[in-house]
Design a protein around this ligand. Structure first.
Ligand SMILES: Nc1ncnc2c1ncn2[C@@H]1O[C@H](COP(=O)(O)OP(=O)(O)OP(=O)(O)O)[C@@H](O)[C@H]1O
Ligand SMILES: [Mg+2]
Length: 455
């Protein structure tokens, strides 16, 4: 038995080191029991596993740990290696703590311990978004509000905004936990991780081993009642899909609907804020106090100026860049790509630059991804707008559409596309985001030529 170093500290160190991947419950059992000096065959017997299976789990585990710690780790040296690592860390921590002179700094240290930012992006260069942050703050102060979803076009700045917001208000919460669904963890894995983090932060014992989802969920909701937790969940779209008409959960992630439902409709003092390219239809079924949705657009002009750092450019270049930014709907991700290719644009003509831009692979990849989140009807609308020369009205649009859609469905879709910044509304006329228009026209011509050469 290892009494000098606590196994939970070992687990916590491993979690941090292998993040953003996680240990699954079986891997955790193996580690715990190796730590306790058990053999694989005894483990297999105790937990009713096939001995070969335990061996494979072990083998993979040592590989993961070896590459994460950049050192050869195996069953034989795991315990001494970890003991050494932890004692080095403790020594480091003590010497760092000794360096803290004033009381205020050491409380600050405690504060930092109560946040878990995992793979949250750095927001040191965050600009603008004052009104959005003000709105999010006011929603978060409403005690009925359980869930906020920031939704919008790819690259419009959702992750940056929710992260900055969470950093701004972290002091109003006992804990802040930032997580991304980018790697599509199962709900069980996600809950396991949440519980582990919360229990670590509260120094409680961790209940481990394979457990029922319903048990994990109720224990998790219990934590949200006992503590005021701000959960930041990024890339919600990873577990969603757009069907012909609606957005729903992917089949294998269906249980996430239960997760959201529990957070939204039970009584607790915590808040979930999520960033997502698309939003599940089911959110519409809750009251507007419980669930708030922010349809995030691109930057305003002032923020674009600050973001692009235009001070060193001539007034003419500045005007040109700002004109170009408008054709990108001031989408920060697109602006970044353009900023990296400024040297290749010698032309004065915005239209020509737009044509050149739509040829860039970075841009076409991004626009194709954006299209993949749209419903059939939304795509059809987008294509009609792409080939139309002038802005068109809803009536004209409805005449074009092949399947005659009820007017209400059509105007709903047009509305959604406008909120996504893909469509621009001017009086009662609609046009397509210019960069998307250039891209799609080129794509249509290419497809036409290809199909011609096939015949
Ligand atoms: N307010 C901001 N200040 C500074 N940089 C920003 C801001 N918003 C976004 N960015 C930058 O723009 C890029 C895209 O932003 P972000 O990743 O937040 O977008 P997103 O909407 O989450 O994208 P995706 O749909 O791919 O998840 C990032 O490089 C980010 O640093
Ligand atoms: Mg994001």
């Amino acid at each position: 038995m290892n009494t000098s170093v606590d196994f939970e500290s070992v687990l916590s160190l491993i979690d941090k080191t292998i993040s953003p991947t996680y240990l699954n419950p079986t891997q955790e059992i193996v580690l715990r029991e190796v730590w306790n000096g058990k053999t694989y065959s005894k483990m297999a017997y105790d937990y009713n596993y096939d001995p070969e299976y335990i061996k494979t789990v072990g083998c993979n585990l040592w590989q993961t740990l070896s590459s994460a710690f950049d050192e050869q780790i195996n069953k034989g040296n795991f315990v001494p290696f970890m003991r050494l690592k932890i004692s080095q860390l403790v020594e480091d921590k003590i010497s760092r703590l000794e360096n803290y002179q004033s009381q205020s700094i050491s409380t600050d240290f405690k504060k930092r311990q109560s946040c878990n930012w995992t793979t949250a992006p750095n927001t040191n260069h965050f600009v603008g978004r004052e009104s959005e942050i003000k709105l999010l703050k006011s929603w978060s102060q409403d005690s009925d509000c359980r869930c906020i979803v920031v939704s919008g076009m790819i690259g419009c700045g959702k992750t940056s905004l929710v992260t900055k917001f969470a950093q701004d208000i972290k002091d109003n919460y006992d804990f802040v936990i930032w997580f991304s669904l980018h790697h599509t963890p199962s709900l069980k894995t996600l809950l396991h991780n949440y519980l582990k983090i919360i229990k670590q932060l509260t120094n409680e014992q961790i209940h481990l081993g394979p457990v029922e989802l319903s048990f994990l969920l109720s224990e998790f909701i219990d934590c949200l009642k006992q503590h005021k937790v701000l959960l930041v969940l990024d890339s919600l779209q990873s577990i969603l899909e757009t069907n012909r008409k609606n957005v729903s959960y992917k089949k294998e992630f269906d249980d996430y609907s239960q997760f959201l439902r529990s957070i939204i409709s039970t009584n607790h003092q915590s808040l979930l804020i999520s960033a997502s390219r698309i939003k599940p239809k089911s959110l519409e079924y809750y009251t507007s106090n419980q669930v708030k949705i922010l349809d995030l657009q691109g930057f305003n002009q002032q923020t674009t100026k600050t973001f692009l750092n235009l001070e060193n450019n001539s007034a003419k270049q500045e005007q040109q860049l700002l004109r170009l930014s408008v054709t990108l709907q001031n989408n920060p991700q697109l602006l970044k790509i353009v900023e990296n290719h400024l040297d290749i644009f010698s032309d004065d003509n915005t239209e020509q630059i737009l044509q050149d831009l739509s040829l860039l692979e970075a841009i076409s990849n991004l626009l194709e991804q954006e299209l993949s989140y749209l419903s059939e009807l939304e795509k059809e609308i987008i294509y009609w707008l792409a080939i139309s020369c002038a802005p068109i009205s809803l009536t004209e649009l409805s005449n074009y559409l092949e399947l005659s859609q009820p007017k209400l469905t059509l105007s709903h879709s047009v509305n959604c596309l406008t909120k996504r910044s893909l469509i621009i509304q001017n009086d009662a006329h609609y046009s397509l985001m210019p960069i998307m228009k250039s891209y799609l026209r080129r794509k249509l011509i290419k497809q036409a030529l290809q199909s011609k050469s096939h015949h």
